[in-house]
Design a protein around this ligand. Structure first.
Ligand code: FEO
Length: 399
């Protein structure tokens, strides 16, 4: 059986999940996902995080393939979310003398999820634990992605076990390290993972990045996706960019439509943006495209133009879901335009303007609202809205 070595005594013992449709039962997994777990084999053996409970048999086999009949001494719990803690009961059954290593926020969760209260070793931020030749140093990074989350830095190999940070959707198709695979295949999945899972916690991510600034890092071993050893600067730069809401020149247009009138307005706006030279325009029907992809593109591009027909005096339901998600995530530094249509009474545009007030993004032009099908004067207002967005983008990014 293959053993996947990260360095002399450090092994990858994770698994791929190409079966699950959704992560957290919500986010689509088109390319699957990897649950990474790591073993350090020394005088003491440490296992760094476990994985999703559906893969327990394969996981135990991977561990035994490395350590044979030896016992695992420590389970380092960097993150308690069940995609990483789901196999804890199975690990305890296999290695009953194992000691759980975590911080003060880890153990109440360990009890509430799995009822374990004994064999715990509570470490403080910055504390060290020797395994023999190898030395583990723990740094808490709260809210990236849960309150208890920490990273473990192995000081002799300068390996950072980074929990969810620097992770990615996408199963590992043979290649485990960043230099063993085509990174362009993972680019969208990395961004979708960051924006969907960690995106609400950008200020916390900034704090974590500043905290890790002082560490010399040769390898980043995240809990999902590729292990970084040749493109560390690239992934750090991406995290810096995303977590400070820096974006590129482009516009995301999303609409909710029943009979095509609001859609026609979206097409008009998109065409005029293209006429004005905006090349990155992404148009989505909110009923077709999952918020996962739209949110990722909202992080990517500066402009966001959203439209809704009226639906029982409210926004169209799929638009409402999306804007609530955006509000909840607290995304910042975007330019906004609003449009919509109605049959006999409003509701779409009115409520989208409430969203605009709440989110506090810069609104580039007055909203455009049409009754029934798109007619000449509102057609012109859609063109004007697109022009206002194009002007704003040119002012920031150039023509
Ligand atoms: Fe991969 Fe927050 O769990």
């Amino acid at each position: 059986m293959h053993q996947v070595k990260i360095s002399d005594d450090i092994f990858h013992v994770g698994v791929n999940d190409r079966r699950s449709e959704r992560f957290e039962n919500y986010w689509p997994l088109d390319k699957g996902i990897a649950y990474n777990s790591y073993l350090i084999v020394d005088e003491k053996i440490a296992l760094l995080d476990t994985l999703e409970r559906a893969f327990i048999d394969e996981y135990i086999d991977n561990i035994k393939n490395v350590i044979g009949d030896r016992e695992v001494d420590y389970l380092i719990i960097n993150h308690m979310e069940p995609d990483h803690s789901g196999a804890i009961r199975a690990i305890v059954k296999e290695f009953p003398n194992i000691t759980f290593v975590g911080n003060k926020k880890t153990f109440p969760m360990l009890e509430s999820f799995y009822k374990f209260t004994e064999n715990t070793l509570e470490i403080k931020d910055g504390e060290n634990l020797s395994l023999g030749k190898h030395n583990l140093q723990f740094h808490t990074i709260p809210m990236v992605h849960w309150p208890e989350t920490m990273v473990t830095y192995e000081t002799t190999t300068k390996t950072l076990f980074s929990a969810d940070a620097f992770g990615s959707f996408g199963a590992l198709n043979g290649g485990i390290f960043d230099d063993e695979l085509d990174l362009s295949y993972y680019e969208e999945e990395m961004m979708r993972y960051f924006t969907n899972i960690v995106g609400k916690y950008c200020p916390h991510t900034q704090k974590a990045l500043r905290k890790l600034d002082g560490l010399e890092i040769k390898t980043i071993a995240a809990l999902h996706g590729p292990i970084w050893r040749s493109h560390i600067d690239m992934i750090l730069e991406k995290y810096e960019k995303w977590s400070t809401y820096q974006s590129d020149k482009g516009v995301v247009i999303v609409y909710g439509t029943m009979y095509g009138n609001t859609e026609k307005m979206a097409e008009t706006i998109a065409r005029q943006l293209a006429v004005r030279g905006v090349k990155n325009v992404r148009v989505y029907d909110a009923s077709k495209t999952h918020p996962s992809y739209i949110i990722s593109d909202i992080f990517k591009f500066k402009g966001f133009i959203i439209g809704s027909c009226a639906y029982n005096n409210e926004m169209f339901p799929t638009v409402e879901t999306l804007v609530n998600k955006i509000k909840h995530m607290g995304i910042k530094k975007k330019s906004l335009g609003v449009f919509g249509s109605f049959a006999w009474n409003g509701g779409g545009v009115k409520n989208l303007m409430k969203f605009a007030e709440d989110i506090k993004w810069e609104v580039v032009a007055n909203p455009v609202e049409e009754k029934g099908s798109l007619k000449e004067d509102k057609f012109q207002q859609c063109v004007d809205l697109a022009n206002a967005m194009a002007d704003q983008l040119e002012a920031e990014f150039g023509a």
